[in-house]
Design a protein around this ligand. Structure first.
Ligand code: S3P
Length: 438
């Protein structure tokens, strides 16, 4: 059943009497859903994705590949892709609209850089402010010809023959790494990519399942891409998105009396930073029903707990990059001073997430200090709402973090720009409601 879209301003009711209770299966993983469409498209034969994330970002990917001549059908959360092979894409008649999606944009740049036709990419206002030279520059070293506009979208990709490269990545970014891997598949020689730090490895794992030859050294940062593979379609069950489960992990940890179970959550260890951090802070969280079919999954049971403060530095950031605003929320209730550093990448997400969190937490009277690359938060000070009108800053994750924070105050608040949640989790408020018994 299609859910009704959230209106732009949402009333948030605080003060839960009994905490959060019950069970939930969160929607499919966003990173894996994007990749399922892309890799299915460039494989031969049929790919079927079950539990595909039907949120705006992944629908941008789906539509772009339809425009590139790939037959794709969707029935609810099941997507069927008739793959056209690595060299079977067709020139799109219209510019490809990336919407709000950085993942679609950066990965598709790597893929289209090696095709024998030109492509034009556009995006919404937020995406058009995000840095693209981090992708177009390294792709240029492989022979790509991409024209960006002052380092941003819109971009024109003039497809070229690519050559293999030996490249050390300058940013810890799975999106940049994945773009280079997709270019490497089409190159005329082997590519060796060395990451600054390990980042999410869905591209490597999934492409291997589709039949590509990609090796990762035991250092977890050196990746060898062999060119011109013949890839074949697969059937894939997309695990629940850890980044969506994260809101409820944090809500249940912080709202007294809570105990919930989140079913079938993706537990790829390049994504489980929040799980580890929550445990280290004294969170009560346990795993059951652990399975590994491609990606590892588990059911997570989370109970309310008293939390300790934490220090997090650069080495831990990639595995928790999308959940850092939630770590800030945990810190805002922990009994001491927490410090998050090395997280400058937050400034170039859907919005400047450091600035957005500081602005919104200040409205709640939370003791937070802004750093260039993170925050210092003292969770001992009681919160005191000084402005009841919260704002998502047009960013899905900021919107959902503030809706989670609102569960912890004794007065109703409003959230402006609440419809931004449709980017990754359209059912967020409905799912939250099923866990709340007032
Ligand atoms: C993603 C990688 C991350 C993450 C984004 C999704 C991906 O971005 O923040 O939400 O699917 O590859 P970076 O790799 O640029 O940090």
């Amino acid at each position: 059943m299609e859910k009704v879209k959230t209106t732009s301003t949402k009333q948030l009711q605080g003060s839960l009497q009994n905490g959060l209770h019950g069970e939930l299966a969160v929607p499919g993983d966003k990173s894996i859903s994007h990749r399922g469409i892309m890799f299915g498209a460039i494989s031969e034969g049929t790919t079927v994705l079950h539990h595909f994330l039907t949120a705006e970002d992944c629908l941008s990917t789906l539509k772009a590949f339809q425009q590139l001549g790939v037959p794709i059908t969707r029935d609810g959360e099941t997507v069927t892709i008739q793959g056209v092979g690595l060299h079977g894409l067709k020139q799109a008649e219209q510019p490809l609209d990336m919407g709000n999606s950085g993942t679609t944009t950066r990965l598709i740049m790597g893929l289209l850089a090696g095709q024998d036709f030109p492509s034009e990419l556009t995006g919404d206002a937020s995406l058009s402010k995000r840095p693209m030279k981090r992708v177009s520059d390294p792709l240029a070293e492989m022979g790509a010809n991409i024209e960006v506009t002052d380092g941003h979208l819109p971009a024109v990709i003039n497809g070229e023959k690519l050559h293999g490269v030996d490249y050390h990545l300058k940013v810890a970014s799975a999106q940049v790494k994945s773009a280079l891997i997709l270019a490497g598949l089409q190159a005329d020689g082997v590519s060796i990519l060395v990451e600054k730090q390990p980042t999410r490895n869905h591209t490597e794992k999934m492409l291997r399942a589709f039949g590509a030859e990609i090796e990762t050294e035991s250092d977890d940062v050196t990746i060898t891409v062999h060119p011109q593979p013949h890839m074949h379609g697969i059937t894939l069950n997309v695990p629940g998105d850890m980044s969506s489960a994260a809101f409820f992990m944090v809500a249940a940890s912080l709202v007294p009396g809570s105990k919930i179970t989140l079913r079938n959550v993706g537990m790829n260890d390049t994504r489980t930073g929040l799980y580890s951090i929550l445990k280290r802070m004294g969170g009560k969280i346990s795993l059951s029903n652990e399975q590994t079919m491609g990606e590892p999954t588990a059911d997570l049971t989370v109970e309310a707990a008293e939390l300790h403060p934490i220090e997090i530095g650069a080495a831990e950031i990639p595995a928790v990059i999308d959940e850092l605003p939630l770590v800030a929320l945990l810190a805002a209730k922990a009994k001491g001073v927490s410090k998050i550093t090395g997280a400058g990448e937050l400034r170039v997400k859907e919005t400047d997430r450091i600035s957005a969190i500081v602005t919104e937490f200040n409205k709640m009277g939370i003791d937070i200090q802004e750093l260039d690359d993170g925050f210092v938060i003292d969770g001992r000070k009681p919160w005191r709402v000084v402005d009841s009108q919260l704002d998502s800053h047009g960013d899905h994750r900021i919107g959902m973090v503030m809706a989670t924070a609102a569960l912890l105050v004794n007065q109703p608040l409003t959230l402006t720009g609440a419809d931004s949640i449709n980017i990754s989790y359209p059912e967020f408020f409905d799912d939250l409601a099923t866990l709340i018994s007032r």
